[in-house]
Ligand binder design. Sequence first.
Ligand code: ADP
Ligand code: GLC
Length: 488
Amino acid sequence: MRILFAASEGLPFSKTGGLADVIEALPKALVAQGHELAVVLPRYRGIKTSMVVMPSMTIPLGGRLRFPSIADGTMLNGVRYFFVDDPGYFDRDGIYGNSTGDFPDNAERYSEFCRAVIEIAKHVWPADVIHCHDWQTALVPTLMRSLYSSDPLVKDIPVIFTIHNLGYQGQFPAAVLGRAGIPPEVYNPAGLEYYGDVNLLKGGLVYSDYLTTVSKKYAEEIQTLEFGFGLDGVVRSRRDHVVGILNGVDYSVWNPEKDRLIAATYSAKDLTGKHACKKELLEVFGLSPEYEARPVIGIVSRFADQKGFDLISDIARELMQEDIILTVLGTGERRYEELFETLANEFPGRVGVRIAYDNELAHKIEAGADMFLMPSRYEPCGLNQIYSLKYGTVPIVRATGGLDDTVESFDVQHGTGTGFKFEPYTGVALLDAVRLALHHFADERIWKRIQLNGMSKDFSWKRPATEYAKLYKTARLARNQILVATSN
Ligand code: ADP
Ligand code: GLC
């Protein structure tokens, strides 16, 4: 099958979060199963390309025309890359926004991108299926089933849409319709109208052949009021076409046996190297080596409400009364940056904080910490806790979405389980889970059991890639049936 991916970020070219990891690894895994893959990304600042495949593509945006070129980033890991190159839109400092907030023309930027994706499928790289990701690509299915619905070259292509996070919807005032070239026929309550606004994600949910999301639990959660961000009704109306497929992780990148970014490699057979990693982690954060025997809790995260930092804020001082060291890496909302900076000042030598985006340090924390904390309010999948499992760094997580699907509570009686989970969204429940983990940390034998249980788990991309391929096939069959039915 020829599968065309469309996404707003993807490694090794651009990344703000887990979406970029998925956009690199899933195509690679599909290629390994014999499929042909191409990925379309915006050409953001600094991305080098080799060749231009279309020097000027005409994209109508409202009353104007724009002329992006399509650059060919050649092949990487068997995957073909195309970049939509419009410097006015994409050659900026920042992907979705800068220090003053989101770019005000994001609707237009990603509308142009979506049109270009369809035109690539039409003129450059004919596809059997298009796989879109998150709100930035939601106009692909919307336009395919409206403006392009009688275009013989693309109308039969099924579109799969993956929700990586329902909390980000691309909602704009209705005035954006004209500017972004969105056809008025889709602006109604059954389309992408949302209480008088334009909701791009809603278009993705309504017009795609199939919706997927990144864990089974989250696929159910988004059909409820609590997790639906106002779109639970729309998701429910498509429940027969919603599929949960748990993300995998790329073990060629996140693997303590071959990781070149950590102080020493190690494996389940020999954990010795993990001590060197812990030592280095304390050093990097300027923490005293005498704390080496104490449990180190690591955090690597976007500082967003989603991630549960308000819970940490509620119980931070009680938490620090425990015999722990905290190493934190993240950027995002200022109040959470301040929370950790204040803690670092209050507990010098015991709390290490780096307000940054730093991939190498992320690896060092995964390897050097004893425990990894992810108390998310909601978590579609979450990748860090899965990395932690492989690094023998025991996850402490809130039982939601993918965190619940990937971490199994430790059961001391049977010696089973890979981490610690809590359910109520309260600081007390979080504290209890940390205390239970600390209790077991004190017994070296038990702790090693938990580490090894986690390290033996296999969350590689092989299984999810097979599930996606099956879904692509189902979507193609279903679309053929629709076509046969409408032509009769
Ligand atoms: P989300 O996509 O919601 O941010 P995930 O757990 O799916 O959460 O993915 C986060 C990804 O981003 C992981 O690969 C993680 O290592 C990385 N990451 C997050 N924050 C940072 C940071 N400050 N520095 C380096 N990597 C980070
Ligand atoms: C989103 C989610 C995260 C998920 C990632 C990749 O950013 O917040 O839970 O792991 O997408 O699917």
